[in-house]
Design a protein around this ligand. Structure first.
Ligand code: PEP
Ligand code: MG
Length: 544
């Protein structure tokens, strides 16, 4: 047995045979050509063919994985028309009198290298996209269909890496799981795997493909990120048991759909879901959440190459509110900075970005960005039950400024005759020790608190949440964190506000009873954890 470990991007277990994904690499030769104009025409025809293929893939993706995930193929179509990319190809053909295949291959390599060397992880991931479109154009130039071989049986696809288009073209009914040697969890391929519910592991190491063969038996554990190739009997039976328990658990949890989140002694609580995009609504509804407790609006900004306009934001927020049909939707204002960077913000490099200009600090120092988002939010408020939440609060004066900007925006919209809801709740995240400690002062100013335990843990324990090497010091159950949450809950209730938790700790069912005893009113978790938390709530008895 050989074991490889990478990063699990979708939690499930699969057993089956390996199929090594081979793409027909178009071998590109450099040939001299005499008729440059004919070569350019050939290139133009190939690009049109590539664009048509991408349109087909886009339509397939749209049906299977939703609009946001399909967008990458729209981006590919745009990349094919990118001016710099095309100028480079044409100049190679013209100046070197060489064939179009060669010019596309060289340009693709150069652009891919350029993206890969960028600091921004989002831009790095674009390296695979430019390679993908270049290979597609080369295939069209050489009349090769370019797609890899996939076995007819249901198999575990093993690849060096999978381009987004390759991932979406995999026939879901024939794929048990996929494992890639390379890849980042930020890549669209990983995002697609999660959306397609395919157990997947990425980044198992460059040696991986040298050690697996077509037909090898393997077990993929998407929870731990492990793949066991030719597993021994013990491993096989352990994983078979884990798989059936996992399926049984998932199945049993389905029976909790439609049931109340109520403890044995009758205490009710709201269980909401966390999302990063309007396209996650399907998962929220499937998970039977009572509402959305955290919509991380910054993903709208991260997916774009420029500031999303008021209209773009309004459309996204409206879609979520309408889809949730009157259920609570809490949208958090822009929480960019630290680990979430978008180039166009031109944020200065900082020694300690987690302690730097991030989240509300950016909004308060760039009121025009903040006001655009608030206008979109208030306009969308007319379409459902909106709550607006502000991240990274540390002081009363910040909150005073925020509330006054909100009032200004509301007054402007009303003066323009725009319909807005007057029931929009305003809340803050408790994710700094400062906010928890002065929660008695903050509570009277808002309708709700939502505890961001991910950041609250990082700032309370002085442990960088991005730094895997200090994991042993990150005690998420640390008494200091629990006391800060309890203190915030007491202060919220004393001043008539409600309090939820939207950090990862909300899904830790070993703490559900502790949270309920503190008086937490709402827990907001990933859509797939809603039923698990409901189950934990229904087993609590607070009367004892
Ligand atoms: C948190 O800090 O707990 C939180 C929910 O916000 P994010 O993880 O987006 O920083
Ligand atoms: Mg946070």
């Amino acid at each position: 047995m050989t074991t490889f470990k990478g990063k699990g991007v979708y939690g499930a277990i699969a057993l089956g045979r390996i199929s090594v994904f081979k793409r027909k690499e178009a071998s590109v030769k450099r040939t001299h050509i005499d008729d440059i104009e004919a070569e350019k025409l050939k290139l133009q025809i190939a690009k049109e063919k590539a664009s048509n293929e991408l349109l087909d893939i886009y339509n397939k993706a749209l049906k299977e994985v939703g609009e946001a995930n399909a967008q990458i193929f729209e981006i590919h179509m745009m990349m094919i028309e990118d001016e710099d990319y095309n100028e480079s190809i044409l100049s190679i053909i013209e100046t070197q009198s060489v064939n179009a295949e060669y010019a596309v291959a060289v340009t693709g390599d150069n652009f891919a290298e350029m993206f890969a060397s960028m600091d921004d992880t989002y831009m790095q991931a674009r390296s695979a996209d430019v390679k993908d479109i270049s290979n597609r154009i080369i295939s069209c130039l050489s009349q090769d269909d370019g797609e890899g071989d996939v076995s007819d049986e249901k198999v575990i696809i093993c690849a060096d890496d999978l381009a987004p288009s390759e991932t979406v073209l995999l026939d879901k009914d024939k794929v048990l799981a996929f494992v890639t040697a390379l890849g980042s969890s930020n890549s669209h391929t990983a995002i697609l795997a999660r959306t397609m519910n395919i157990p997947a592991i990425i980044g198992v190491g460059e040696d991986f493909l040298k050690n697996v063969r077509n037909g090898d038996m393997a077990v993929v554990d998407g929870y731990t990120g492990e793949i066991f190739v030719n597993p021994d009997r013990d491993t096989l039976s352990r994983l078979e048991l884990k798989k059936s328990e996992d399926e049984e658990k998932k199945h049993l949890l389905q029976e909790l759909k439609g049931k109340e989140n109520i403890t044995l002694d009758g205490t009710k609580i709201n269980i909401y879901a966390n999302i990063g995009s309007a396209d996650n609504i399907g998962a929220v509804l499937a998970g039977d959440a009572d509402g959305i407790g955290l919509f991380r609006s910054e993903f709208l900004y991260l997916e774009n190459t420029d500031y999303p306009t008021e209209e773009q934001q309004f459309a996204a927020y409206k879609k979520v509110l309408e889809s949730m049909a009157g259920k609570k939707v809490i949208i958090r204002t822009l929480d960019i900075g630290a680990d979430k960077q978008a180039d166009y913000f031109n944020l200065a490099k900082e020694e300690n970005p987690a302690l730097g200009c991030r989240a509300i600090r950016i909004c308060l120092t760039h009121p025009e960005i903040f006001k655009t988002q608030l206008r979109a939010l208030y306009r969308a408020s007319a379409y459902g039950n909106l709550g607006i939440m502000f991240p990274m609060i540390t002081s009363v004066s910040e909150l005073t400024q925020i509330l006054s900007i909100c009032e200004e925006v509301r007054n402007e919209l009303k003066a323009d005759g725009v319909a807005i809801s007057d029931k929009t709740e305003l809340g803050i995240m408790i994710e700094t020790p400062a906010a928890a400690i002065i929660s008695d002062k903050l509570a009277p100013m808002v309708d709700f608190f939502s505890v961001g335990t991910n950041d609250l843990t990082q700032y309370t324990l002085a442990c960088d949440r991005q730094n895997a090497s200090i994991e042993q010091f990150i005690d998420t159950h640390h008494e200091a964190i629990l006391r800060l949450i309890e203190m915030s809950a007491e202060n919220a209730h004393r001043h008539g506000a409600w309090i939820g938790i939207c950090g990862e700790l909300a899904a830790d069912t070993t703490l559900t009873e502790t949270f309920l005893r503190m008086g937490i009113d709402e827990l907001s978790v990933s859509p797939s954890f809603v039923l698990k938390v409901r189950d934990a709530v229904r087993h609590c008895d607070l009367s004892k």
